[in-house]
Design a protein around this ligand. Structure first.
Ligand SMILES: [Zn+2]
Length: 88
């Protein structure tokens, strides 16, 4: 029986093969969810699904696409919002 703190489902279970050939169960943090578009909710491309400590050491250009509203809106919604703004 695992320790009480490990019985929670907030940790994911990873089966790892150890050098002795035995399979051991390791408990890891859940991976963060993918970034979502602020308008339609679809997952954003070009935005890595990484832990914050990894995102902090990453260059800004690697964290979001370099276009207006990059990392906030998907390309479709970005185009539509710019067209809407130009028509007003
Ligand atoms: Zn969108």
């Amino acid at each position: 029986m695992p320790a009480p703190r490990l019985r929670s489902r907030s940790l994911r279970r990873v089966f790892r093969k150890v050098p002795g050939g035995r399979v051991s169960l390791q408990y890891k943090k859940q991976r963060p969810k993918t970034a979502k578009c602020g308008s339609c909710g679809s997952s954003l491309k070009g935005v890595p699904r990484a832990f914050t400590f990894r995102m902090r050491s990453m260059a800004k250009t690697k964290k979001r696409p370099e276009r207006p509203y990059g990392g906030v809106l998907c390309s479709k919604c970005m185009r539509q919002s710019i067209i809407d703004k130009a028509r007003q």
